[in-house]
Design a protein around this ligand. Structure first.
Ligand SMILES: CC/C=C\CC/C=C/CC(=O)SCCNC(=O)CCNC(=O)[C@H](O)C(C)(C)COP(=O)(O)OP(=O)(O)OC[C@H]1O[C@@H](n2cnc3c(N)ncnc32)[C@H](O)[C@@H]1OP(=O)(O)O
Length: 281
C-alpha cells in the first residue's frame, strides 16, 4: 500500500508503509518531484542495503507503482554515506532452506527484470560501494553516476558464486565483451575512477549533490521527447534479454541452489563472513 503525503513545497513524498526488518522506516522510500515528474527511489535497508527476499519484493512493488504513476524518470540511490548496496544479503545464503533460496533467487531475477525493463528513464546515483548485487542494480539503469572514492563490480566469483548469464550479458552490453569477461571471471572490484575508464559508470561526481544535479541533467535530455518513442525503443532494445532470462530462469535457479547448497561453498562463505568481521579489527 502506497501512502501519498502532500507537502506544501513542490516535493511530494510517497512512502510505503510496511514492516521493515533491519531499518527504521520503510525499506524503500520514494520522493516524487511534482514539477519534473522525476522520482527518487531511496533504498533504505540499514546498515548496507543488502538484498533480502523481502527487500527485493519491495523494490519490485515500488517499480510497479512508479509505472502506474506515469513518472518521467527515476533516480535510484541510498541514504548511506558509504554504501549504495552491498549486494545480496549473504545471510540468505548461509545454510538456507531450499525453498527460501529459490524464492530469493527468483526475486533477484525479477528485481533485475523489473528495473531493466522500465518504460521510464533510469539513473543509478551510486553514492557508495556497489559490490555484486549492488552493481547489478546499477547496471539495470540506463545511466550511472558514481561518487568518487568507492568501489563497484561483480565480485561473485570471489565469493564462490558463478555470475548468471543474464547478468553477464548486462555487463557485456555496458563495458564490452573483453572487459566483461575478465571482470566477471576475476570478480574485479573497480574504483570509481577505473569504473569510469571502462564505461561501467558514465560520470563521476564529487558528492551526492553534484551527482543529483547530473542525474537530473540526464533525465532532462528526454524532456521534449515523446515518452512513447523513447520507451518503445528502450524496450525493443532490452525486452529480448528479459525474455531470455525468463525462459531459462528455472535452470538458473537450479544452478544457484546446487552452487549454494554445496558444502565447499558453505565453508568458503563462512570464511568470507569471518574476513568481513576481521577487517574491522
Ligand atoms: C551467482 C550470483 C551471481 C550474480 C548475481 C548477483 C548476486 C550476487 C550475490 C551477492 O550479491 S553476494 C554479496 C556480495 N557482497 C559483498 O561481498 C559485500 C560485502 N560487504 C562489504 O564489502 C562491506 O560490508 C561494504 C564495502 C559493503 C561496506 O563496508 P563498511 O561500510 O565498512 O561496513 P561493514 O563492512 O562494517 O558492514 C556493516 C554490517 O553489514 C554487514 N554486511 C555487509 N555486507 C553484507 C551483505 N552483503 N549481506 C549481509 N550483511 C552484510 C557486515 O557484516 C556488518 O555487519 P556487523 O554485524 O558486523 O555490523
Amino acid at each position: 500500500m502506497l501512502r501519498k503525503i502532500a507537502n506544501p513545497a513542490r516535493l511530494l513524498t510517497f512512502q510505503r508503509t510496511m514492516a521493515s526488518t533491519a531499518s527504521t522506516g520503510p525499506l524503500v522510500r520514494t520522493e516524487l518531484d511534482s514539477q519534473t515528474g522525476y522520482a527518487t527511489v531511496i533504498l533504505n535497508r540499514a546498515p548496507v542495503n543488502s538484498l533480502s527476499l523481502e527487500f527485493m519484493a519491495e523494490i519490485i512493488k515500488t517499480v510497479d507503482e512508479l509505472e502506474r504513476s506515469k513518472i518521467r524518470g527515476m533516480i535510484l540511490t541510498s541514504p548511506s554515506s558509504k554504501v549504495f548496496c552491498a549486494g545480496l544479503d549473504v545471510l540468505e545464503m548461509v545454510n538456507p532452506s531450499e525453498d527460501r533460496l529459490r524464492s530469493v533467487w527468483r526475486n533477484l531475477q525479477d528485481t533485475w527484470a523489473k528495473l531493466y525493463g522500465t518504460s521510464f528513464p533510469t539513473v543509478a546515483l551510486i553514492n557508495g560501494h556497489a559490490p555484486a548485487g549492488g552493481c547489478l542494480l546499477a547496471l539495470t539503469c540506463e545511466y550511472r553516476i558514481m561518487c568518487s572514492n568507492f568501489s563497484i563490480g561483480l565480485n561473485e566469483t570471489q565469493l564462490g558464486l558463478a555470475v548468471p548469464p543474464w547478468l553477464q550479458k548486462t555487463m557485456r552490453n555496458t563495458v564490452g565483451s573483453r572487459e566483461a569477461e575478465i571482470a566477471c571471471i576475476k570478480g574485479t572490484m573497480f574504483s570509481s575512477e577505473e569504473a569510469l575508464k571502462i564505461g561501467l559508470v558514465d560520470e563521476l561526481a564529487a558528492d551526492k549533490g553534484e551527482a543529483m544535479h547530473k542525474a537530473c541533467n540526464y533525465l532532462d535530455t528526454f524532456k521534449n521527447m515523446s515518452p512513447y518513442a523513447r520507451s518503445a525503443t528502450k524496450l525493443l532494445l532490452r525486452n529480448k534479454k528479459i525474455e531470455d532470462m525468463k525462459r531459462a530462469r528455472e535452470d538458473d535457479i537450479d544452478r544457484v541452489v546446487k552452487n549454494v547448497m554445496n558444502s565447499d561453498f558453505q565453508a568458503g562463505l563462512a570464511a568470507y563472513l569471518q574476513s568481513l568481521k576481521d577487517r574491522k579489527k
